[in-house]
Design a protein around this ligand. Structure first.
Ligand code: UDP
Length: 156
């Protein structure tokens, strides 16, 4: 399996306000994933509509846009084997109240609307690359060798 699948991850405004950037980055690093890009930024209305376009007709859409534009987010690209699905597993289910302990949402959240983290949907093929393109220019991503790769992957 290739080790360079990229996925889009974002610490949402609640996670930033609660000082959870380090905790979340730490978990992804400890898992063995490799950071390929990061941007501390505020999402505007237009980007929010593009990013969450699939939910435009849902009753929670306006509240979601208001929330995601309400303060800064930490937008990131993480790389690794099966990275999109692995990050989703680490995140836990959408509603933190239902998420398993040990997952990011299950350990760090209590409320569906403020669920700390976004990760690309592994069940939507191409969602990872679409979201990366939406948030990052190619030259903002760093192609580098992580020195512990041979200790993370048996076949590195
Ligand atoms: N959301 C919400 N109310 C709902 C469902 C979703 O506020 O009833 C928000 C929540 O922040 C979620 C985001 O909309 O993370 C996107 O929903 P999705 O179903 O794509 O969940 P995710 O992929 O984030 O787990």
């Amino acid at each position: 399996m290739s080790h360079d699948e990229r996925t889009f991850v974002m610490v949402k405004p609640d996670g930033v306000q609660r000082g959870l950037i380090g905790e979340i980055v730490g978990r992804l690093e400890e898992r063995g994933l490799k950071l390929a890009g990061a941007k501390f930024m505020q999402i505007d209305e237009e980007l929010a509509h593009e990013h969450y376009g699939e939910h435009e007709d849902k009753p929670f859409f306006d509240g979601l846009v208001e929330f995601i534009t309400s303060g800064p987010v930490m937008a990131m690209v993480w790389e690794g084997a099966d990275a999109t699905r692995q990050v989703r597993q680490m995140m836990g289910t959408t509603d933190p109240a239902e998420a398993q302990p040990g997952t990011i949402r299950g350990d760090l959240g209590l409320d569906l609307g403020q669920n700390v983290i976004h990760g690309s949907d592994h069940e939507d093929p191409g969602a990872n690359e679409r979201e990366i393109d939406l948030f990052f220019d190619e030259e903002e991503l760093v192609d580098w060798e992580k020195s512990d790769a041979e200790w993370v992957y048996e076949d590195a």
